[in-house]
Design a protein around this ligand. Sequence first.
Ligand SMILES: [Mn+2]
Length: 322
Amino acid sequence: MNNFLEIIEEIKNANSIVISSHVNPDGDAIGGGLSLMLAIKKLKDKDGDSGNKEVRFILEESVPKNLKFLKLSDMVEIYDSSKNYDFDLFIAVDCATKERLGKVNSLLSSEKKIINIDHHTSNSLFGHLNYVHEISSTSEIIFNFIEELGICMDLDMAETIYTGIVNDTGNFAHDNVSSDTFRVAAKLKNIGVDTSKVVREFFQTKSMPTLKLMGLTLSGFRFIDEKKLSYFFLTQEALKSVGGTKDETEGLVEILRSYEGTEVALFLREEEDGKIKGSLRSKSTDVNKIASIFGGGGHVKAAGFNTKLGHEDIVKQVLEKL
Ligand SMILES: [Mn+2]
């Protein structure tokens, strides 16, 4: 594992940098990536000149609706395969494997240096330099990194980082929250982050399709008593019938976990290509292990996967593991 100083050295030596993160970007991917981009832009060269580094944050997909309130969100670029991207350093944030970069993965070639900054247990350490620590969020790592860089954090950066932490901790509810996480949150609050606005915009403002999807999930989920599994399968047809998009299914798996007696919750969503995206949450069971059966991963209590298997097959295999 590498340390911050080695990563800073590499960043200082680069002229043009591309930052990216995983497909289906969430608050942590966006918060970590945007704030890192801004910090590098402010970085002075070795000789003290103010930064003229070209830094871009490129994702396969656009920023989900519930993150559009972030002032910096229009600085995210969407990957365009017909374009030529010229850069000499690639930084992946909040991304457990190269494949999770989606189409952006095709920017990586053997001669490109890769830095990998992440907090997933399942990280494959695909970078030339790797900084992987299992703390609350990549955003918390990036906060520490920006402090190490000695860059002054402005309010916009602080707000994106706070959103990332709120995203991955369920607003400080999960047990990935440490006393350090609260210390970081306190510093962000001191910078002036409107913490109740972030939570209101991010968690408590829902679109009509999202509310209808909650209704479908709540009325259609099944509970397997012997295994304490709650699960729901959302077809493309059902998603389209309420006019929903895939990012509007965010958070439904947590609702399934809230049912009394549930130990593991499984939310399955059919994708446009017919594959199934699975999200797992648990109260204590290691769902990272379960997701790995399907080639996915994540954390002990929150993990996900993508598979070509049918939904009945998936449920059967999950039940066998419980
Ligand atoms: Mn994360």
